[in-house]
Design a protein around this ligand. Structure first.
Ligand code: SF4
Ligand code: SF4
Ligand code: SF4
Length: 308
């Protein structure tokens, strides 16, 4: 793989690079998580990807040594001894309190990386792509929020013959989406709620730009997997799923519907971010429920999987 000098490259803000991923497209993949998302889904599984800048987060293990309180130039008193959370301060995420922490409880989530930084990580896993039919997936956060950077990296992956995928909420500038389509082999496109008022209530934004973008993409692009998060009591009612399946039947570009069962693993992440978890009382759907929802799509002749 060709690595260019840093000065001619773009930079993006990334909060994780997940190797050996099997949930973000075909085969074994490297998933690059971009920081920054315009949505605020109540069930968000990656709250560390919401803000576009790097953030200071507090993990378990604080021994209350007080070093961070001494160092913080902003607040002087950033910790709550009881909850180990930032308390009532406007933290500017300068990161000054991170190095003195002896337990690693304070960490910075997110960092700026160049195109070559990312490509070097991707290059480590090439052998797995070749054997499994995998590749690289850009996820987030929302990749459309850093579309130019994502396109630059995906173009270079394409030149190297690496399969490329983008996992998107579909919320962003249509020209960015169509531009990314030029270098993307597969779109994993989320469709959550067809009712616009409910969409606004649970994600913070209207679904109209998302539906418009999906239609525009489907006109010029052939390989879309539509991902539907199954959130009990929010997205799993018959009316919503019927409307989604109707929309899918109108779009031959949708090769597969993926039903993604809600899971509670994000609750701990919300706590670390000092954010309230909005779905505390919602239970994960059991396998029988997921299978019955899957059969609703099968009955309409649509290709559907659980997960993926
Ligand atoms: S679109 Fe994805 S990253 Fe953005 S808030 Fe929703 S679940 Fe989280
Ligand atoms: S990141 Fe900066 S402002 Fe925030 S708690 Fe640490 S030292 Fe204070
Ligand atoms: S420096 Fe680390 S261990 Fe010490 S009080 Fe701060 S968070 Fe806790």
């Amino acid at each position: 793989m060709i690595f260019r000098p840093e000065q001619v490259e773009q930079k993006g803000v990334i909060f994780n690079i997940q190797r050996y991923s099997v949930h973000d497209g075909p085969g074994i993949r490297t998933t690059v998580f971009m920081k920054g998302c315009p949505l605020r889904c109540s069930w968000c599984h990656n709250p560390e990807g919401l803000e576009s800048r790097p953030e200071v987060v507090i993990y378990d293990g604080c021994i209350h040594c007080g070093r961070c309180e001494l160092i913080c130039p902003k607040c002087g008193m950033p910790l709550s001894a009881e909850t180990n959370e930032l308390k009532g301060i406007i933290c500017c995420h300068c990161g000054a309190c991170v190095p003195p922490c002896p337990t690693g409880s304070r960490r910075v989530i997110g960092r700026e990386m160049t195109e070559s930084d990312i490509l070097q990580e991707i290059d480590k896993d090439r052998i797995f792509y070749e054997d499994s039919g995998g590749g690289v997936t850009f996820s987030g956060g929302e990749p459309l929020s850093q579309a130019e950077f994502v396109k630059a990296v995906l173009s270079r992956c394409r030149q190297e013959g690496i399969h490329t995928a983008v996992d998107t909420s579909g919320y962003g500038r249509q020209e960015d989406l169509l531009s990314l389509a030029e270098v993307t082999d597969l779109f994993l496109f989320d469709l959550k709620l067809m009712d616009d008022e409910k969409h606004k209530q649970y994600t913070g934004v209207s679904n109209r730009p998302i539906l418009d973008n999906l239609s525009a993409l489907a006109k010029v692009y052939r390989n879309i997997w539509l991902r539907v998060p199954i959130i009990p009591g929010i997205t799993d009612d018959a009316e919503n799923l019927d409307m989604i399946s109707e929309r899918v039947s109108e779009l031959p570009s949708v090769q597969q519907v993926c039903l993604l069962p809600y899971h509670k693993t994000a609750a701990a992440k919300f706590k670390r971010m000092g954010l309230p978890y909005p779905l505390e009382n919602i239970q994960q759907p059991n396998p029988e429920t997921m299978e019955s929802l899957r059969m609703q799509f099968v009955a309409k002749g649509l290709p559907v999987t659980i997960g993926g």
